[in-house]
Design a protein around this ligand. Structure first.
Ligand code: C2E
Ligand code: MG
Ligand code: MG
Length: 671
């Protein structure tokens, strides 16, 4: 226990302390010969001078003095031999202790190094040789017995690190007492590079002249590889191998800074795969992953060496391309990329058709900051997704404002129904011949709390986009039927009501049932209800449309084609559709005035309706010239500002004939 304690007490606390003790010990041994010689000379001189003086002062004969001198000499030899012996014994013991300590420190160092995959190196400046510990030789694949020239380090160092290593070495020599550390790539004999963390300092001689550099080198390849992997995870998408959003913004910043050539542009695009979740659900996650990888490769091929492709969201990609000269090149590239990603994909043996929308912004034309570029491209992407007809949309100034407004309207429209902000206006429809009231067209209005009256041209397409048109349309159908049914009961009339229906509304499975339910609930006779559908809705899928119309007609409901003449209806298709009325678009009616450009179109539509045994309504009648023309050419009914604007229900009610009174003609003047 005591011995152990002593051991620990003797043990140096730090490597620096150990070095200090060894150095002090070494210094002691260096001075020892001089000390010994000096002591010997001093003792000898004192002995000779002192003993001779003593002997000469003794009252003795010459013979006795000679004998005494001999004994004195032997005594001196014996004494100095004993002294020398004692000094050498002490010194030898101390040397043994120091050797044992050195061996001990050496073993501990070995142990520590073997546990840390580190090795020791010594660079001898005078002999220009390098001494590496076995660990370092193994690390570099060098034979264990090799004596190495210092050049070997330079030869084995990665070219990119050499300059840094030279600078560190210079710093070391310049400031010998300061430890230096850095990391370098060193080549193994088999050719691969390993990362080595080196730390070292200069050793100087007694005159402070550097003689040697010593240090420790540690293999840090694994931690470096882990660093690279972490960086990879931070900056790259594992699935596609593409840069992620963080990296994309960095690249965007890099590519949009620095001077541009004349007319040079940077294209920034965002791509989104529509219905990606459905693909994942229907074909499985692996097919979804495959799709993303395929799309990534197509984009990479499309952008080439000038661009960077990144995965910026689960089903979103970003592209930035620099070096495009002129608008035309930028536009062409955008179209080319869109075409490439919109081609069918082969997934799980199936051919999958997708819609990939793309929002594009161009630097420096559209924005100055990279963050704005990305959000501008996102805005344009949002627009492309909303529009639906063309998959590519370029950013335009003002999109921000319209996007903000749209977001607000989207939020508010969802609550408009509950808040009672929706209402119907009724525009009277008259007989062209005698101008008697035939019925009304119900037109939806939205009284917004801040914006006032929002026109249907704004909120109907929005409702279609956000999937609310079904609810809104059904409400309009119910409210209009209820109102006109009530008026008919009040006035004892059989006025009809025309209700506009959106194509999306008619395509829902239960639309026919909804119409039947409304009729049953409101008591409106089916022949008093006219549903207005647009030409384009019918022509998109005439077979399905014809089927639906037949079911509506079976209920007894009338169907009119609204805005007729604007949708390129084919006569052959028109003949197949069980519609009951054509409504001439107001643009043609408007053209009846002036040089009468609308005349041939309007007369053709009326003739066509006649031949198909359909009735005709002209909308947007604003002048008596138009009214006269339409009446004279056999148009059945008319509506327009000349005869009556769309009115709120309480005002439209005044147009109803009084109960029992014959339906009177209501001319322009009465409106
Ligand atoms: P539309 O069905 O063609 O309705 C006729 C539009 O022309 C109405 O515009 C009406 O106010 C306007 N108008 C009528 N006479 C004249 C005239 O003499 N001169 C001029 N300049 N305009 C006239 P409004 O109310 O703004 O409606 C626009 C469109 O919104 C409608 O066109 C219809 O397509 C749609 N819409 C209105 N209400 C509904 C609805 O309840 N459901 C659906 N799906 N669409 C609706
Ligand atoms: Mg209409
Ligand atoms: Mg119309």
């Amino acid at each position: 226990m005591t011995a152990k304690h002593t051991d620990t007490a003797e043990m140096p606390a730090t490597a620096a302390e150990a070095t200090r003790r060894i150095v002090l010990g070494t210094v002691g041994y260096r001075r020892l010969p001089a000390l010994l010689a000096l002591a010997y000379a001093l003792v000898g001189a004192l002995w000779i001078a002192g003993s001779d003086h003593l002997v000469n002062s003794l009252p003795m004969s010459a013979q006795q003095v000679a004998i005494l001198q001999t004994y004195k000499g032997w005594f001196y030899v014996g004494l100095t031999a004993i002294l020398l012996y004692s000094v050498l014994c002490v010194t030898g013991r101390r040397i043994c202790v120091h050797q044992a300590q050195l061996r001990h420190y050496g073993e501990r160092l070995e142990l520590a190094l073997s546990a840390t995959s580190s090795g020791v190196w010594e660079w001898h400046l005078d002999s220009r040789t390098l001494v590496l510990s076995p660990q370092l030789k193994t690390l570099l694949g060098l034979p264990n017995d090799a004596t190495l020239p210092t050049d070997i380090l330079r030869q084995r160092m990665h070219p990119d690190d050499r300059e840094r290593a030279t600078a560190t070495m210079r710093r070391m020599l310049h400031r010998p007492f300061k430890e230096q550390a850095d990391q370098y790539r060193l080549r193994h004999s088999d050719g691969h590079y390993c990362w080595v963390g080196m730390r070292g300092r200069v050793i100087c001689d007694a005159n402070d002249v550097p003689t040697c550099l010593v240090g420790v080198a540690t293999d840090i390849t694994h931690s470096k590889e882990a660093d690279v992997r972490i960086q990879q995870l931070i900056h790259f998408d594992a699935l596609t191998g593409l840069p992620n959003r963080v990296m994309f913004i960095e690249k965007l910043r890099e590519m949009s800074t620095g001077p541009l050539l004349k007319d040079e542009q940077v294209l920034v695009a965002r791509f989104n795969i529509e219905r990606f979740r459905e693909i994942n659900n229907e074909l499985g996650m692996r097919a979804g992953d495959l799709l993303l990888r395929k799309m990534a490769r197509r984009l990479e091929r499309g952008t080439g060496a000038l661009g960077v492709v990144a995965r910026v969201g689960p089903d979103d990609f970003g592209v930035v391309v620099r070096g495009l000269i002129g608008n035309a090149t930028t536009q062409q590239l955008a179209e080319r990329l869109s075409l490439a990603v919109n081609k069918p994909y082969r997934l799980n043996g199936e051919t999958v058709h997708l819609r990939v929308t793309m929002g594009v912004t161009v630097f420096p034309a559209d924005a100055a900051a990279p963050e704005t570029l990305l959000s501008d491209a996102e805005l344009a992407l949002g627009r492309a997704r909303e529009q639906g007809h063309h998959p590519v949309e370029f950013y335009a100034a003002g999109m921000n404002e319209s996007y903000r407004l749209r977001s607000m309207l989207t939020r508010d429209l969802r609550q408009a129904c509950e808040r009672g902000e929706l209402l119907l206006h009724y525009q009277p429809i008259f007989s062209a011949r005698d101008q008697t009231l035939q019925g009304f067209e119900a037109l939806m209005r939205w009284r917004h709390r801040q914006l006032g009256m929002v026109p249907p041209s704004t909120f109907i397409p929005l409702a279609e986009d956000i999937g609310m048109i079904g609810a809104l349309g059904n409400w309009a159908l119910h409210e209009a039927s209820r109102q006109v049914s009530q008026w008919n009961r009040m006035a004892g009339t059989t006025l009809m009501v025309a209700v506009n229906v959106s194509p999306l509304q008619t395509q829902t499975n239960n639309f026919i049932d909804q119409v039947a339910a409304v009729l049953a609930h409101t008591g409106l006779p089916p022949q008093c209800l006219e549903l207005e559908v647009t030409e384009s809705a019918l022509m998109a899928d005439p077979v399905a449309a014809a089927d639906r119309l037949r079911q509506l007609r079976a209920l007894g409901v009338h169907v009119a084609i609204d805005d007729f003449g604007t949708g390129y209806s084919s006569l052959a298709v028109l003949k197949q559709l069980p519609v009951s009325k054509l409504k001439i678009d107001r643009a043609f009616v408007n053209d009846l005035d002036g040089n009468g450009e609308g005349v041939p179109i309007v007369t053709t539509i009326i003739d066509l309706a006649r031949s198909l045994q359909l009735t005709v309504t002209a909308e947007g009648v604003e002048t008596t010239t138009q009214l006269d023309f339409l009446r004279d050419h056999g148009c059945d009914t008319v509506q327009g500002f000349l005869l009556g604007k769309p009115l709120p229900a309480d005002q439209a009610e005044h147009l109803l004939p009084r109960p029992g009174a014959p339906r009177t003609a209501i001319g322009a003047k009465s409106c």
